[in-house]
Every structure is written in C-alpha cells, then in structure tokens.
Design a protein around this ligand. Structure first.
Ligand code: M6R
Length: 613
C-alpha cells in the first residue's frame, strides 16, 4: 500500500527514485509520481497506471538534480488520476509532499485552510499537509521543522511523509506516525523509504523512524526530532537481508520463487529452534518463564492469510496445551468489547509487521495489560517494536503480493512455539515431543515432493481454471488450509472461491454443487474418524456431480473412484499436514492464475502491506 522513496546526494535523483519505486511496486499501487528539486526549482511528474508509464515520461523529459521524492499511490481518497497522484504541493507550489496513511480530519482542515485562502486541486486527504505546513510557515518563514511539527500536531490519523521545500534545496524532511518509514544511511547520500527492500541495493545501515518522529536529511547528515522539536539520537542498525533475496533468481515470478523457497525456510526455522533436532529450543525469555507458566488464555490476532495461520495456531495450542485459545481478526478485535486482562497472551501474526488493523488491536490489548508475542517476518517493523517478544519467521523478503512462504513459516512458528510452551509448562512428555519433532522434520522434504509434482498440478489447473467459481473443503487442521487455498485462488486468478469447513457444506454451499463447480477437497489421511467424515463429504459432492479435485495421501486408492483429479501428497501427522497440503493449493492457484493471464505478483487492487484501516 503506497510506497515512498526519497534520495538526497550527489547523483541525479530521478533514476534513483525510479529504481526505488520499482522495488516498491510489490506493495500495490495504481499511479505513481516523483518530484525533483534542482536549485530552487521543483519539477513534478505523475502518471496513472503502471510505473513503466512514469518511466517513459521521465525518459522523454528527464529531470536533473537532487534531492527527489517518489511515490506509488494506492487510492483511498479520490480515484486513481494524475491530479490525485502524489507528490502534492501547497497552493504556492513550494512544498511537495508524498504521503502514506490517512489524515482522518482532512475535511475540517481543508475547510479551515480554504478560509485562509489556500486552493485545493485534488480529492485527496494528503493535500492538506503541504498547505498546513505553508500556513504554519507564515508564523516563521525560516523554521521549517517548527512549522512541520505544528502542522502535524493538527493532523489526526496515520502518516509517513517525505517532503521537499524549494527554499531549502539540499534537504528532505520526513515524519512518521502509524505508517512505516525508514531512513537509509549512505556515504555522502541518504534515503527515505517505506521498507528496506526499496533501498537494499544502496545501503547497509538504516534508522527505523518511530511514531512521532521527524527527520531532516542532507547528503552528509541526518537529524532526528520529536514533535516537540527536541533533537534525538539516531539508532542506526545494520540491514540483515541481502540484495539477492529481493530478486527473482531466475523464476518467472516472485511468487513462484517464494513457493520454491519454502523447504529451505522451514528447514531453517526448525534448525534454529531445535537443539540437535532432539529437543525444542524456542526462546521464551522475552515473555518471561513465570509469565508463560501463568498464561490462562491466548488470543491470536491477525488479518488475511496471517489470520488463517492464527486459526491453525489455535488448533495446535489447544491440542498440545490445556489452555483457552481464541483467534480474531485485527479489524474486529479493535472494535470489540472483548475481555482482555494481563493473564491473556496476545499472539499477533503478520508478515509485514505493518498491518494497521493488527497493530491497532495489539495496542488496544496492551492498554489492558496483555503481553504480546508477535510472529513476524520483518525486523524493525512497527509490530515488532510494539511486542514484548518476537518469533521471527525468517522467510526473507516476500515480494509476491500473495503470501506463500511467510504463511508456511507462520505455521511452523506456531508449531515450534506450541511445543516450546507446552514443554515449559510441563504439559508435553519426552515421548510426545520426539514424535512431534520427528514429524516436523519431514515437512521440508515433503514440500520438495509436492513441488516435484507441479506439472501434474498445472494440468489440473488447466482443466478447471475457466469456471466462475470454486469451493474448497477441509476439516479441523485442514479447514484453515481450505480457507487459505480459496483466498490464494481469489487473489491471483480472480476466480471466485470459497473455503468451507466440510461439515458445514450441507448447511448451504451444497446448493452450488453441479457438474460445473470445481470442489477442492483436502482429504489427506488423518485419524480414521475424521478421514471417514471427510470422505463422506467427498461422496456427497460426487453424488451431485461436482468436479472433485482431491488432495490425498499417497497410496490412497479409495479416493480414486470419486475424484476426477487427485494431487497426491506424502503422509504426515494431521497436525503438521497443513504445511505440506497448502503448497499443493498454492501451486493450483498459481497455475490457474497463469492460465487466466493475470499479473500474478501484483494482482489488481491488492496491496502487500495494508497500512491503512
Ligand atoms: O503483512 P500481514 O501478514 O499482516 O498481512 C495480512 C494480510 O494483508 C495478508 O496476509 C493478505 O491477506 C495477503 N495478500 C494474502 O496473500
């Protein structure tokens, strides 16, 4: 969702900004723009649609000079159009602003500014910012930081801002409240960006701006301030990811590369959190051992795919521990009157660590005294900084908008955490732990096996991609996988898909079943009772001539007579099977999307990191 990049240094800013915007494309956008300051002259270029259109405009009519700021916009206030694209300027055209977030009181600010003589051109909330700064500059024409700070104190909502001022042509100003922004620290050059991958090829050191902080960047200096104008000491951190991690490495898309990275990612997590692969070694010190023993309730909070990981986490925690576990969407928990108290552990799950709804729910829970463990992929992200303890998923940058490796890493993190907590609380015998670890160790190899069957999965996708809809069914541990499989399909192939608990089918969706409806049934071998129940559901679909695509355990002949298509996967304990089964569904969605000719890495309307409510 909206990407920001800024550069101040000795090179021309335009190519640096365009390169940064390219690296931010994955966040999702519908228009793009940049502003370059050359001497005191501000030049702005904007285009609707893909970045290539802005690149073409800039190639035909290049701008020289530095500093510069750029933006990819994901429309919230006003349609995607050139006039609504960023950068926005004040009425006099002296202050240019790029913004990620939402200014909630923009209508009242706009009305006030109009009375003061400011003229608005766009429908955006952002346009109030440069005009508010201009208003505050009337008080003291020389103190930009003071004007910025006063302006921000009048704005309510979330923002990450990059700002140029024609009267200070060697500077970029930046500010953050609730939306991500980092500063890249270079040699004789400095950057602002929405995330590390945007500048990974340029810097090895970054400063994570905190909420309520402002910065002033020059080519050879960075100064940080709080909103009161007091200067702060920057905390410079080393970048932990490598530039290659943000490349396609020969795959046709980031998503396909990320699907293939899963065995390595999960193997890495397993090795990190098990000692000699015999015992569990999850570090729970951030929560405190006594606290872990005393937890009486767990509330998992997350959004989208991470919510489905949470649904899996609930089942596993319930299986291994004698504890109450709930799972809730961030967007719901933040407005619920749920009883939250210090005995409730919040587990927040997020790839990006920047999802506004998840973070808002976490802040609410913290205010009630809860401790927060986050399962997160991005060091330095807002969620990580809000948490008492973090279990990193270590999946590396996930660039494809559809989450794949981050999801299976979240499942593995839940498995390791549940085992670690159960062990600490004395609720897991040596024997059961060894059994679980032995099963978990099968996961990376089993995923390799599923990946090796991708041509067969492609053929199945080719047969079924053209219908208007698909149904995904699963039970217990594979119910969240049915939901995730359907979401993956919707997101990238735009084929409507619904995930259902198989036992619920007869309560409604059975009405949809006909020879035209593909029904993906996850019926891998589990304990006998559940497998039989699932097979009954498969028979019910068959009786109504649904097109059954089964995900079944290798060697299961019973499925053969029922399913038109079968994706065989290797056998593994039910509670860990989701990590394997979901890979089959990721590939199924991937090849359906490919057959339907969609833009797989950047599906329409979607943003990788949903930083607004
Ligand atoms: O960064 P997060 O994990 O917090 O993101 C949550 C969702 O926005 C995300 O999982 C979304 O549903 C993905 N596009 C799924 O593929």
């Amino acid at each position: 969702m909206c990407g920001i990049i800024g550069y101040v240094g000795n090179e021309d800013a335009q190519p640096v900004i365009l390169d940064g915007l390219k690296r931010l494309e994955y966040r999702g956008y519908d228009s793009a723009g940049l502003a370059v300051l050359s001497g005191g002259t501000l030049t702005i270029r904007k285009r609707v649609g893909r970045l290539s259109s802005l690149e073409q405009t800039c190639a035909e009519n290049p701008v020289q000079g530095s500093p510069g700021i750029g933006h990819t916009r994901w429309a919230t206030h006003g349609e995607p159009s050139e006039v609504n694209s960023h950068p926005h300027t004040d009425t006099a055209g002296e202050i240019a602003v790029v913004h990620n977030g939402i200014i909630e009181n923009y209508l009242e600010l706009r009305e006030m500014l109009e009375k003061e003589g400011f003229v608005f051109r766009s429908q955006t909330d952002t346009e109030v910012i440069p005009n508010l700064i201009a208003l505050e500059l009337r008080r003291d024409q020389k103190d930009f930081m003071g004007a910025l700070s006063r302006a921000l104190q009048r704005a309510r909502g979330a923002y990450a801002l990059g700002i140029l001022w024609t009267r200070e042509p060697g500077r970029i100003y930046a500010a953050r409240q609730g939306s991500p922004l980092i500063i890249g620290v270079g040699e004789g050059e400095n950057f602002i960006a929405s995330d590390v991958p945007a500048i990974i090829n340029r810097v090895t050191r970054v400063i994570y701006l905190n909420d309520g902080e402002m910065a002033c960047l020059e080519a050879d200096g960075i100064r940080l301030f709080n909103l009161k104008g007091e200067e702060l000491k920057p905390d410079i951190q080393k970048v932990t990811i490598h530039a290659e991690a943000a490349s396609k490495a020969g795959f046709e898309t980031f998503m396909l590369k990320e699907i293939h990275e899963q065995p390595r990612v999960l193997h890495g997590l397993l090795s990190k959190h098990t000692s000699d692969r015999q015992d569990i070694a999850v570090d729970l010190s951030g929560l405190g051992r006594d606290y872990c023993r005393a937890i009486n309730r767990v509330m998992i909070v997350s959004c989208g795919t991470a919510y489905y990981a949470g649904c899996y986490g609930r089942l596993l925690l319930e299986l291994l521990l004698d504890i109450n576990v709930e799972v809730e969407l961030g967007s719901e928990l933040r407005y619920r009157r749920a009883k939250l108290d210090p005995g409730t552990l919040i587990i927040a799950v997020s790839q990006s660590g920047e999802t506004a709804d998840t973070i808002a729910a976490v802040k609410k829970a913290k205010a009630s005294g809860c401790r927060v463990l986050s399962i997160c992929n991005v060091p330095g992200s807002s969620l990580v900084r809000e948490s008492h303890a973090v279990l990193f998923t270590d999946a590396g940058p996930e660039i494809g908008v559809a989450s794949t490796k981050a999801f299976t890493a979240q499942l593995m993190a839940f498995a390791l955490f549940s085992l670690g907590l159960a062990r600490l609380r004395g609720e897991l015998s040596d024997e059961k732990l060894s059994r679980c670890l032995a099963e978990l160790q099968k996961v990376p190899t089993h995923i390799h096996y599923v990946l090796s069957r991708k041509d067969a999965i492609r053929q199945i996708a080719d047969k079924h991609h053209d219908g208007p809809s698909a149904l995904y069914l699963g039970r217990r541990f594979n119910y969240p996988i049915a939901l995730e499989g359907a979401l993956k399909n919707k997101e990238i192939s735009y084929q409507h898909a619904e995930g259902y608990a198989a036992g619920e089918m007869k309560h409604g969706p059975i009405a949809l079943i006909s020879e035209y409806l593909p029904v993906v049934c996850i019926c891998t071998k589990t304990d006998d009772e559940l497998y039989e129940k699932m097979m009954s559901n498969v028979r019910e679909v068959d009786a109504r001539h649904g097109r059954i695509i089964a995900v079944a355990t290798d060697g299961d002949e019973a499925v053969r007579g029922l399913a038109g298509d079968i994706i065989y996967v290797p056998e593994i304990a039910e509670e860990f099977s989701p990590m394997v089964n979901v890979v089959a569904l990721q590939l199924l969605a991937y090849y359906s999307a490919q057959a339907r000719g969609t833009d797989i890495d950047k599906p329409r309307n979607l943003a990788k990191s949903v930083t607004v409510e």
